[in-house]
Design a protein around this ligand. Structure first.
Ligand SMILES: Cc1cc2nc3c(=O)[nH]c(=O)nc-3n(C[C@H](O)[C@H](O)[C@H](O)COP(=O)(O)OP(=O)(O)OC[C@H]3O[C@@H](n4cnc5c(N)ncnc54)[C@H](O)[C@@H]3O)c2cc1C
Length: 556
């Protein structure tokens, strides 16, 4: 292993056991990489923030074998309608509604293998933690924090403090992942800086118990209720089925005094229920930011999740995108450590992820540019024809503009690595960019199109842990040159020939090389040039004549 000689040392040190650090640990642990996660808190799940676990994250959970575990763990019924309602108040007139918002309805579609899930972040974190620690080689240590790190050509040496005793110790690893959130110490240690517009506006998140609230509302079950009124423009969402709620008051006035905010009063005014019995459990003021790190990595240290990018949570992208970072880093670091990843593989992390981050940040800023504060109009809550006309007009604006925040498949599944140095372009045009509409495409760089097979399994269930060569027509023997080239490079390759005639038109090629993260690396009609294709996809160079290639060893 590059630079790490002591078997007690982790191969990878991960700083932060938030959703991103845990996702990276799982991806590495599944690939047999020894990793240590240090977390300064005494447990996971302090963040009552995210609720949207999107379809792409849930596809990763399925690959890891824990999608059902998350469904079972959720305090929110999986069949709760995935409906988002806009109204003036909980007991006021409705303005607009979105059904199957965020693709959270349990129904089979060939577009994806898993629907999204409305589930508190703390529940997801606990499911991730339990799975990570069940993997041999993954250790999660609480009440330990990173103090400093120093990088040499061979390894990264970190100082870790045990917060219970105050004692420090040295940990040496081949790589470090900084998944330590918005105030990342790892970011500072590698000299990276956040750049961008910075603070956009202040907001407050309140977690409260109000068992009587659902019955007082007149809008039926849903996952989000947007209160569009001049008093307290706000967003409510259930955290369980028994009266636990999250409430976000958006875009608080400049110069407000957070200490002067009475959360009970805020909730009563926002919902329009002045006598609602409310028990406040937690208040969490936060500032919507638009920031991205100016660099993501050195040779051995990588930033992931909020440590690398921050944006308003409207659209539910931050955690999900960070989990995508963990997946990307996980397979690339594992491949490099095991020797089949080439010297260009790790550098592709920033090249591939930065455009995804930039597009998603831009989208969430657009969403945050039109929240309840902007939708309020004079007369919105008036009785009579004028009020009704105003509500109709505002409803039409909401349906037209907010659709891109709740129908996000174009962004969530349409994200592609078309310009990646690891991808072999085939000359076909890039798919049209849309936040809402996802058109499946097997163009190199895109997420491989999904299909439910005749036996009821997902096509994705058959992809291998390494690369997969999907044979959509003809015999699996056509893949022979790929199998031979993979063996020469010690590269794990699964040949998959499901014999389903729907795959050929869906993939528009007879052969398709799919990466460990489910993105297409190459597609074509014959296996000619298999070695060169694999070398490009693994960020490597051809093996020396007569032998296997030291691709990953270039990093030692
Ligand atoms: C109101 C709100 C709603 C949101 N809703 C959504 C949503 O629906 N969907 C979505 O995808 N995203 C959402 N987000 C964003 C999401 O919460 C974050 O993007 C996500 O938590 C980032 O995960 P992370 O693991 O990168 O960082 P964090 O969750 O911040 O975890 C970092 C961890 O690192 C630890 N740490 C920090 N420094 C050190 C150190 N030196 N040593 C050891 N440990 C350290 C911290 O204790 C922490 O546990 C929302 C955010 C807000 C504010």
């Amino acid at each position: 292993m590059p630079g790490v000689s002591n078997a007690a040392d982790p191969e990878v040190l991960i700083v932060g056991a938030g959703p991103v650090g845990l996702a990276a640990a799982i991806e590495l642990g599944h690939r047999g990489v020894r990793c240590l996660v240090v977390e300064r808190n005494d447990r996971v799940g302090y963040a009552p923030r995210a609720k949207t676990t999107n379809v792409r994250t849930r596809e990763h959970l399925r690959r890891w074998g824990i999608a059902d575990a998350l469904r079972r763990a959720s305090p929110i019924h999986p069949d709760r309608p995935s409906t988002i309602i806009f109204a003036t108040r909980m007991d006021g007139p409705e303005l607009a509604r979105f059904e199957d918002a965020l693709n959270g309805t349990r129904a089979r579609t060939n577009l994806y293998a898993e629907e999204a899930q409305w589930v508190p972040q703390y529940v997801l974190e606990e499911v991730l933690r339990a799975h990570a620690t069940s993997l041999p080689g993954v250790e999660v240590r609480f009440r330990e924090e990173l103090v400093s790190l120093g990088e040499s050509d061979e390894a990264v040496a970190c100082v870790i403090r045990d917060l219970a005793s105050g004692a420090t110790r040295h940990v040496r690893s081949a790589y470090v992942i900084g998944a330590d959130g918005s105030r990342s110490a790892v970011r500072g240690a590698i000299g990276a800086r956040m750049t961008g517009a910075g603070a956009l506006a202040a907001n407050i998140n309140v977690i409260f118990r109000a068992p009587g609230l659902a019955a007082r509302g007149r809008h039926g079950p849903g996952i989000m209720y947007w209160m569009v009124n001049a008093d307290v423009p706000s967003v409510l969402g259930p955290l369980d089925e028994a009266g636990l709620w999250s409430f976000i008051a958006t875009r608080l006035p400049d110069g407000h005094d957070p200490a002067a905010i009475d959360p009970v009063e805020l909730i009563r005014r926002g919902t329009g229920l002045p006598d609602l019995a409310v028990e406040i459990l937690r208040t969490d003021p936060w500032v919507a930011q638009e920031l991205i790190a100016d660099r993501y990595a050195t040779r051995r240290v990588f930033l992931a999740g909020d440590a690398a990018h921050l944006h308003p949570p409207f659209g539910g992208f931050g955690m999900n995108m960070g989990i995508g970072d963990g997946v990307d880093l996980g397979w690339k670091i594992a491949a490099t450590l095991r020797g089949w990843g080439g010297p260009a593989l790790l550098a592709s992390y920033e090249a591939e992820r930065r455009p995804v981050h930039q597009r998603t940040i831009a989208e969430s800023v657009v969403n945050y540019g039109l929240v309840g504060n902007h939708l309020v109009q004079p007369g919105l809550e008036e009785d009579g024809p004028l009020g009704e006309a105003t509500r109709r007009e505002v409803g039409a604006i909401i349906r037209m503009t907010k659709v891109r925040e709740f129908m996000t498949l174009g962004l969530v599944l349409g994200t592609h690595y078309g310009n990646s140095p690891l991808v072999v372009p085939d000359g076909s045009p890039a798919p049209a960019e849309s936040a809402t509409v996802y058109v499946p495409s097997a163009r190199p760089g895109c997420r491989a199109p999904h299909l439910w097979l005749a036996d009821g399994t997902s096509l994705f269930d058959h992809f291998g842990p390494g690369f997969t060569l999907l044979v959509t027509e003809g015999a699996a023997a056509a893949a022979g040159p790929f199998a031979a080239a993979a063996a020469a490079r010690d590269l794990p390759l699964t040949v998959l020939a499901p014999g389903d005639p729907r795959l050929r038109p869906r993939y528009e090629a007879a052969l398709c090389l799919i990466r460990p993260d489910g993105h297409v690396a190459w597609r074509g009609m014959s296996a000619e040039g298999a070695g060169a294709i694999l070398d490009r996809a693994r960020g490597g160079t051809p093996p020396a004549a007569g032998g296997k290639l030291p691709a990953g060893k270039a990093t030692t």
